[in-house]
Design a protein around this ligand. Structure first.
Ligand code: ARG
Ligand code: GLU
Length: 708
């Protein structure tokens, strides 16, 4: 009797625990359906504290950093924190063999030493609004889909123009729920953003690509920047006269400790998810798309790695390129495993079965929604070969070589028939470039393109190559003879002010012509078809998601991530990665010392850090066991773009910054598993310890608000 009671109590407890959201990336102005649950999980504030147009709220302390990361304000003087890997390009750009900030770290010891960064911007959200009615106005009487999209485009221009009239703001409109809703985003963009501090890579990238996407993790993945504004606190391009920006809101940093089951919330810019994918699409990811892209990058990474291991200068040049190539490559591998473990294709098939039943119980629905699934099936069959070709071209042609990027610049000159005034891109291009490496990548990847893609998707120019007896030699010659890899010739182009002559010279280049032909072929014969099918697929998704919203009216469904501000919430918790293994929710400095190995680049702990550890010189940044915490995991649903996002506690204080996800949970872009999906964050106490004790830049702590 008592036993059954306890059992049912336990069961009830289990159910209540497991229905807590965790999954989902929510729209900050639509938290009404979430807030009760958030508070039940421990959150002590209200929706107004998160987003408010009239008063300062958390959203005013958060920026889109560059084009794909998040950052947040941590002082009234515009000090901003994001990940080391988000500031990596900037840190690298300022690095040379003499001032190697990647290796040694960088710390401005006063404001004059902060380093400006061309091309870097941070964007604040001023306001967001649901503008579905305005955007869809007049579309219901248009039957042609392309014309509908055209009308949406026109409406968008009207809405964004109106929203920004008479201001220095920018505005965009983005579709949600696959085009069933539209939101307007009014933003303010700052372009004078200076580098303030970054730990050495041996800390900021500790564990490197070996530990990337994995737990237990010990990476001090942060860098500090400062936003500058003009004397009226408005955005202005870099000028020595600019002054530190005064934000409406910044985050206090809480160092009182992080316990298992504490409420956490991540507030930032998740880039993209695909929660509503049809079963065949998931199958294609697992069986075709991920394996293809992994195999291509295997080849490229091997070439870069060999060159980097052989030479220190090459290591610096290719550090960022290697990291960005290996990142998705490793994620895709985790994604395949995770989707297989979840049996994702069959889970989707079951969901689709339930959907079918729901549709078939009602004649109206049958009429409106009955075709959706069979249409998907046909569409995905049709798109599979084009997707394959697209993946190959993306990986090999468009993203494969540096030479292609230079081709692209030259193509612009040829098309516009003018030499750009600023030719500094040439210098920058060759700063991080080595001919042997890029040539090797070109030759090896082109051979893959040639052997793996079905004949009818081949480029005519590729067929020319295959007719040569020894196509490796031919490819090598094609590459090495080209001006696209010749810095001197390219730099001297503007010397000849005869544009016709320059264009003739560029167009005579065989590699240029090869890329041009390949690119045209791709757009005419592959992308055009792909895009037509994809458009139809998108249209079908719109109806599908509309139906799902109707079917699951009582459930909360979140819209796929689309690089707009979102909130995820969950708890501090570890997980079980495999049978018989349990992971704790946090790591400490002791773990860094355990991983220490001067022989291995990724695990070479700086002497200064070892010394601080020996002396146990941890300041007041320890936990109650006297350990120095480094990273922690929590069950917040995050994705790429959430890097640098604030991890916020129940009081709205900053306790961490998000930088990664656990390997066993990387399939969460497609299917979330509450048992295994964890985000990985840097503990703010480790950041403070590093700035204070390691860097000796404790003066920066004076402008922060540190609370217990
Ligand atoms: N996996 C993280 C993200 O997706 C970190 C990437 C940078 N770190 C690296 N070792 N490549 O961005
Ligand atoms: N590191 C990722 C980023 O740059 C975040 C990890 C993820 O994909 O969840 O946004």
């Amino acid at each position: 009797m008592i036993r059954t009671k306890i059992l049912s109590l336990l069961l009830l407890l289990f159910i209540t625990l497991s229905i807590f959201a965790r999954e989902g990336m929510w729209i900050p102005i639509l938290l009404d359906r979430n807030i009760a649950e958030m508070r039940e999980m421990g959150f002590k504030l209200n929706t107004d504290d998160i987003y408010n147009v009239n008063n300062a709220s958390m959203k005013d302390a958060i920026v889109l950093f560059g084009r794909g990361c998040t950052g947040e304000l941590i002082s009234p003087d515009g000090l901003l924190i994001t990940n080391h890997h988000c500031g990596y390009r900037q840190i690298q750009t300022h690095s040379t063999i003499e001032h190697d900030y990647l290796t040694d770290g960088f710390w401005a010891m006063n404001r004059n030493e902060e380093l400006p960064n061309e091309g870097l911007s941070v964007t604040f959200l001023v306001e967001m609004r649901n503008v579905t009615d305005d955007i869809l106005a007049g579309t219901d009487t248009i039957s042609d889909y392309t014309q509908q999209l055209q009308k949406i485009k026109e409406n968008t221009v009207i809405v964004t123009d109106q929203a920004t009239e008479g201001t220095h703001y920018e505005a965009t409109v983005k579709p949600f729920y696959e085009g069933n809703q539209y939101f307007l985003f009014i933003t303010e963009k700052f372009t004078d953003v200076r580098l303030v501090g970054a730990p050495p890579s041996a800390i900021g990238k500790f564990g490197g690509d070996t530990d990337n996407w994995m737990w237990p993790r010990h990476t001090g993945d942060f860098s500090l920047f400062r936003i500058y504004a003009d004397s009226t606190n408005k955005p202005a391009d870099y000028s020595p006269d600019n002054v530190p920006y005064k934000p409406k809101k910044y985050f206090p940093i809480n160092i009182s400790g992080i316990e298992k089951n504490d409420f956490t919330m991540v507030f930032g810019y998740p880039g993209s998810t695909q929660q509503y994918l049809y079963s065949d699409a998931v199958r294609q990811v697992v069986e075709q798309r991920d394996p293809d892209r992994i195999a291509i990058r295997d080849v490229k990474l091997f070439i870069m790695r060999s060159a980097m291991e052989a030479d220190r200068a090459t290591r610096i040049k290719y550090a960022a390129k290697y990291a960005s190539t290996s990142n998705a490559w490793k994620k895709w591998q985790g994604e395949i495993k995770g989707l297989k473990r979840l049996d994702a294709v069959n889970v989707k098939l079951e969901e689709e079965e339930a959907f079918k039943k729901w549709v078939n119980t009602n004649a109206d629905r049958k009429e409106k929604y009955g075709d959706i699934l069979p249409t998907f099936e046909k569409q995905y069959d049709k798109i599979a070969p084009y997707h394959k070709a697209k993946d190959y071209y993306d990986e090999i042609i468009f993203r494969g070589t540096d030479a292609y990027r230079m081709f692209y610049q030259m193509k612009k000159i040829v098309t516009k028939k003018e030499i750009p005034e600023d030719l500094s891109f040439i210098e920058k291009h060759f700063k991080d470039y080595k001919t042997e490496v890029d040539q090797n990548v070109f030759v090896s990847l082109m051979k893959l393109l040639y052997t793996d893609i079905a004949e009818d998707n081949l480029v005519p120019s590729l067929l020319d190559i295959s007719e040569k007896k020894n196509d490796k030699k031919h490819l090598e010659k094609l590459y090495s003879k080209s001006i696209l890899n010749n810095k001197d010739e390219l730099t001297n182009l503007p010397g000849k002010d005869n544009i016709e002559k320059i264009i003739r010279k560029i167009e005579k280049d065989k590699l240029y012509r090869f890329f041009d032909k390949t690119r045209n072929y791709y757009y005419d014969s592959i992308y055009a078809n792909y895009n037509n099918i994809q458009k139809e697929i998108d249209r079908n998704y719109k109806t599908y998601v509309m139906a799902l919203l109707e079917m699951k009216e009582d459930e909360k469904l979140f819209p796929d991530a689309n690089l707009t501000m979102r909130i995820s919430y969950g708890k501090v918790e570890g997980y079980e990665p495999a049978d018989g293994v349990e992971y704790k929710h946090y790591t400490t400095l002791d773990g860094i010392m355990e991983k220490d190995n001067p022989e291995i680049y990724d695990y070479n702990v700086p002497e200064k850090l070892k010394q601080l550890h020996r002396e146990q010189d941890f300041g007041n940044y320890t936990n109650d066991k006297g350990e120095l915490p480094v990273c922690f995991t929590a069950s917040n649903h995050t994705t790429g773009g959430n890097s640098g996002s604030p991890v916020i506690n129940a009081e709205g204080h900053l306790i961490g910054i998000n930088f990664d996800r656990c390997w066993e949970g990387t399939m969460s872009d497609i299917m979330f598993d509450p048992a295994k999906c964890r985000n990985i964050s840097l503990d703010m106490r480790y950041m403070l310890f590093l700035v204070d004790k390691f860097a000796g830049a404790g003066y920066l702590l004076d402008e922060m608000e540190i609370v217990r």
